[in-house]
Design a protein around this ligand. Structure first.
Ligand SMILES: CC(C)(COP(=O)(O)OP(=O)(O)OC[C@H]1O[C@@H](n2cnc3c(N)ncnc32)[C@H](O)[C@@H]1OP(=O)(O)O)[C@@H](O)C(=O)NCCC(=O)NCCS
Length: 308
């Protein structure tokens, strides 16, 4: 096996591999859209060379790997998107990762993050190389939307600019839940949470759904239409920041709120709703799977440099 940077002659072969793999993803999971713009993909590959690695066996392309090295709050990481890899077997991925991973480490990126279809055939090769499942993306079609009533005493209303403080308090509930085991994530940084919410609400298409009990806001959900992206159907929406104040949980508040948010998106032309959660947030995972969301892609993580 030979691993070398992408050359212009390889572009077509790699696009074909990506298109074939996406078709196969869509066959395995009908919430994944199979459409791929070959010209856009080819341009993206050309832009990514020379940090895109290609594996060849006897001159034939048998895999590729590309990770974008980016900085975020947690530091520098290499992000491998769903189109950032293809491989016929674990050893092809291992050969590619040995070379690409070295380059990422040399660039200061010891966190390696890969998106893969949530299917054992796709995730196992990454697990073999020390990656673990950290978060789950999931979808639900909006065609058969029920609207169950909120429990007695609870009222829905649409949020406005005046609800930012309540939105921050409820968004922090997610971080509090995930600061506990088995997630053990860092607790909320209120300022960056507030900044993210301000940016989200700045978009006129964002809808802030609130539930009140008496005078108090006790639950929220945020929805917005997604920009077109590979693997997602047109007219997909995103649902995020769903939280219910602790003392109001287990009464069907989230179920009724999500029903309303999904029905609202459907009324605005949405056909599919997407959401995501941390794999270790077991309450969230049980809630979303119970509600009827089905996983599509999972985010896998390896931190290099921690002795095991
Ligand atoms: C996940 C979360 C939003 C669920 O909110 P909730 O209002 O408790 O959800 P519901 O009451 O609709 O459903 C929760 C459970 O109560 C059950 N339930 C619903 N109505 C009920 C009722 N009247 N009586 C008894 N149980 C009921 C549901 O069947 C569900 O059971 P399950 O967990 O076994 O599936 C909430 O736990 C939360 O805010 N967690 C912290 C923040 C978070 O992690 N958010 C998710 C981010 S991805």
């Amino acid at each position: 096996m030979e691993v070398a940077p992408l050359t212009l002659e390889d572009v077509d072969a790699v696009v074909t591999r990506i298109a074939r793999r996406l078709r196969d993803d869509a066959r395995r999971n009908n919430l994944v859209a199979p459409a791929l713009d070959r010209a856009v993909t080819a341009d993206a590959l050309r832009a990514a060379a020379p940090s895109l690695w290609v594996a060849r066996r006897r001159g034939v392309v048998v895999g590729h790997l590309y990770g974008a090295v980016l900085d975020d709050r947690a530091g520098r990481a290499a992000w491998i998107g769903p189109d950032g890899s293809s491989f016929d077997d674990v050893d092809t991925l291992a050969s590619l990762y040995a070379v690409a991973g070295r380059a990422w480490l040399d660039a200061g990126a010891a966190r390696h993050i890969a998106w893969a279809l949530d299917d054992v055939t796709r995730t196992t090769p990454w697990f073999e190389l020390g990656f673990a499942r950290v978060s789950v993306r999931a979808s639900r079609r909006l065609s058969d939307q029920r609207v169950r009533p909120l429990p007695v005493g609870y009222r829905w209303r649409r949020g406005s600019g005046d609800d930012l403080d309540a939105a921050v308090v409820l968004a922090r509930e997610i971080d509090h839940a995930q600061a506990l085991g088995p997630s053990f994530l860092r607790d909320a940084d209120e300022e960056s949470l507030r900044a993210t919410l301000i940016e989200t609400f700045d978009d006129p298409d964002t809808i802030h759904h609130l539930v009140e009990y008496g005078e108090r806001v006790v639950a929220q959900a945020i929805t917005f239409p997604l920009d077109a992206r590979r693997g997602s159907y047109d007219d997909s929406w995103h649902l995020s920041t769903v939280a219910v104040a602790r003392e109001h949980r287990g009464r069907g508040v989230a179920t009724a709120l999500v029903d309303l948010a999904l029905a609202d998106a459907r009324g605005r032309g949405g056909r599919v709703m997407e959401t995501s959660w941390r794999a270790t947030n077991r309450d969230a995972q049980r809630f979303w799977l119970g509600y009827g969301f089905r996983p599509t892609y999972v985010r896998l993580l390896r931190r290099v440099g921690v002795d095991e």
